[in-house]
Design a binder for this molecule. Structure first.
Ligand code: UDP
Length: 259
């Protein structure tokens, strides 16, 4: 197969040139990082699971009218997406106190928030993704007022939808991170949801037991990362035949045969 041109390599994904102008191929790696890449590791099979989970979530979101970059899944680790200009802002939505918020304000993890909080972080690894306000975003031109409004509005809609989706399968959506991109249609710029939605960028707690089913298992050395991601996929109904381990086995088998 002809080697595709690599456009970008991030911590958990690689972007390749797509088959048509305006498209890219998003490849999901098994690499995991935390604490601004100070902690690095591999979670075998994570890429396969995140590809499948993100496909599912983005498809459901498109169904409620959220525009996304997702076009279709190509294979176990790749999906075809629309090329966007990434807005350099991570939008974090919180329903329950956890992670950096718990640490910063000294509030116990698990404390429910009286209202949903939306936060913005400027995407800059060298600076450790500092938290910024809408004032900074507008002053430095990272997004326009209208774009910021669209992002916040979509973030709340995504939160409402996903909170219900996960509650229905016994999972509490504690917080999550979204990224958005800009596309041009007839010289008219539009904001669409980009990146991925998976246990890498969400905090997902089992409602009955409080067990963490997300990347905190890796961040906090709890073990059982793949099992947790598999459990999320299984509850979403993505592995009707079993727990998904057969899918991962199949991939290992194919790799061994050099395919
Ligand atoms: N998050 C993310 N990427 C980041 C920072 C945060 O996906 O670079 C997600 C994280 O998984 C969590 C939410 O955003 O679901 C809030 O993260 P927090 O600010 O608590 O930071 P953390 O404790 O993860 O460093």
């Amino acid at each position: 197969m002809a080697r595709r041109r690599q456009i970008y390599e991030g911590k958990a994904k690689i972007l390749y040139e797509g088959p048509e102008p305006g498209t890219l191929i998003q490849y999901f790696k098994d690499d995991a990082t935390a604490f601004n890449a100070q902690k690095k590791g591999t979670i075998n099979g994570k890429g396969v699971l995140n590809n499948r989970i993100s496909e599912h979530v983005f498809t459901l979101l498109a169904g409620i009218g959220i525009p996304t970059h997702f076009i279709r899944r190509l294979n176990m680790r790749e999906q075809l997406i629309r090329q966007v200009e990434i807005v350099p802002i991570e939008v974090v939505v919180r329903n329950v106190v956890a992670g950096s918020l718990a640490k910063k304000l000294g509030i116990e993890e698990g404390t429910p928030l009286p209202r949903t909080i939306v936060e913005y972080y400027y995407k800059d690894d060298a600076l450790g993704d500092p938290m910024v306000t809408d004032e900074h975003i507008l002053a430095f031109g990272w997004a326009s007022q209208e774009e910021l409004h669209d992002m916040a509005d979509m973030a709340i809609r995504v939160n409402d939808f996903l909170s219900g989706l996960f509650a229905g399968i016994g999972i509490r959506l504690v917080d999550f991170k979204l990224e958005f991109g800009r596309i041009w249609e007839n010289e008219y710029g539009r904001i669409i949801l980009a990146d991925e939605i998976s246990p890498d960028g969400c905090r997902l707690w089992d409602i009955a037991t409080g067990e963490k089913l997300d990347k905190d298992r890796f961040r906090r050395d709890l073990g059982g990362e793949v099992e947790a991601y598999q459990e999320v996929a299984r509850r979403l109904g993505l592995f009707p035949e079993g727990d998904g381990s057969d899918v991962l086995d199949l991939e290992t088998h194919r790799k061994k045969r050099g395919k």
